[in-house]
Design a binder for this molecule. Structure first.
Ligand code: UD2
Length: 324
């Protein structure tokens, strides 16, 4: 189904909008003059992430599986940005059924609510995890997915439901496969938090970081504000319904180089401690963003240096606030 190139929206709902990525989407939408509503159960998100937006965000405390609440939240919105999920791969391995209740049934609830509330478009957060450990680089959307964790299966299932909701019910759905997202507000507190958030915290406490494996594995690190902007583009781009897009930078860096770069900026000289590779750790991850560029007009605005400087300033501030 094609839709007009004039498509735009004035009010959006962000599920998981108090989380790391969702709150940056809220920032970008508010800056772009859109009305923003957020639904979040605060299981991993925090109101601190939205505090600076004050009453420019209409916040609803609740779970996406609460059908009545979600329907009320979605009414009057033209687009839903669906970020609410259990985002830890490890947790999905430990609790596949419990996490599927959120990541699969929760997403189905969001799509079905969109149908009932007359929401025009749903932009869903998917993941590079769907590619698994296929050594072919860069990852292109047409490659055969090879999910290797319940998390990856859940995200791939989301993509299938999204396509079906487009085909069966005419809802405009768009899935964004995020690569390794980093930036301010990423919570470093679990061992499975993003490596950049952990390394930043180590840099300010002076503790050496742990590098799993030889550190020569590489990742495509994408700055969270670029991810948020990709969402806005996916919210308005014409003729992309039912589509799947990588959101990365098209460049990759090793974990060793990442630590060197962070340590140099922090002015410390701490060698990492090496530990055995994590089970299931993939060697390389690199996106092709050709499709996102061609169809969404997406190009990352932040190169690694600029993104890491902004992120570092945020963690430095956080470390100083903690120590006073
Ligand atoms: C990312 C996503 C995950 C999933 C997966 C798909 C994040 C936070 N996680 O997992 O949700 O989509 O990609 O493949 O974006 N490392 C260290 N020391 C540390 C922490 C990590 O050496 O203290 C290494 C880790 O072993 C890995 C790399 O750094 O090789 C990146 O780790 P990560 O946990 O940030 O992200 P990843 O790629 O495992």
């Amino acid at each position: 189904m094609a839709f007009s190139s004039e498509f735009n929206f004035s009010r959006a709902l962000i599920t998981g909008g108090a989380g790391f990525i969702g709150s940056h989407i809220a920032d970008v939408l508010v800056r772009a003059g859109r009305q923003v509503r957020v639904i979040d159960n605060l299981a991993s998100g925090s109101l601190d992430n939205l505090a600076h937006l004050g009453d420019r965000v209409d916040f609803i405390h609740g779970d996406i599986r609460d059908a009545d609440l979600l329907l009320r939240a979605a009414r009057g919105c033209e687009v839903i940005f669906h970020e609410a999920a259990v985002v830890s791969v490890t947790r999905t391995v430990a609790a596949p059924v419990e996490t599927a209740a959120v990541n699969d049934m929760g997403t189905l609830q969001v799509l079905d609510t969109a149908r009932k509330a007359g929401v025009r478009r749903v932009v869903l957060a998917s993941s590079s995890a769907v590619y698994g450990d296929d050594p072919v680089m860069p990852k292109r959307e047409e490659m055969r997915p090879k999910p290797m964790s319940p998390y990856a299966v859940q995200k791939l299932t989301n993509e299938h439901y999204a396509r079906l909701y487009h085909e069966l019910y005419g809802i405009e759905t768009v899935c964004l496969r995020y690569f390794n997202v980093y930036g301010p507000r990423q919570d470093p507190s679990s061992p499975y938090s993003g490596v950049i958030s952990i390394f930043m915290t180590r840099a300010f406490t002076g503790e050496p970081p742990v590098v799993y494996g030889d550190g020569e594995q590489c990742r495509d690190f994408v700055f969270v504000e670029d991810v948020a902007r990709a969402n806005l583009l996916a919210g308005v781009a014409p003729d992309i319904s039912g589509g799947v897009f990588n959101v990365g930078t098209g460049t990759a860096m090793t974990v060793n180089d990442l630590w060197l770069s962070i340590a140099r900026r922090a002015g410390i000289d701490a060698a990492p401690v090496y530990a055995p590779s994590r089970p299931g750790d993939i060697r390389e991850s690199l996106s092709s963003i050709d499709r996102a560029e061609a169809e969404l007009g997406f190009r990352p605005a932040y190169d690694f240096e600029r993104g890491i400087d902004i992120t570092m300033a945020w963690y430095r501030d956080r470390a100083e606030r903690k120590s006073t």
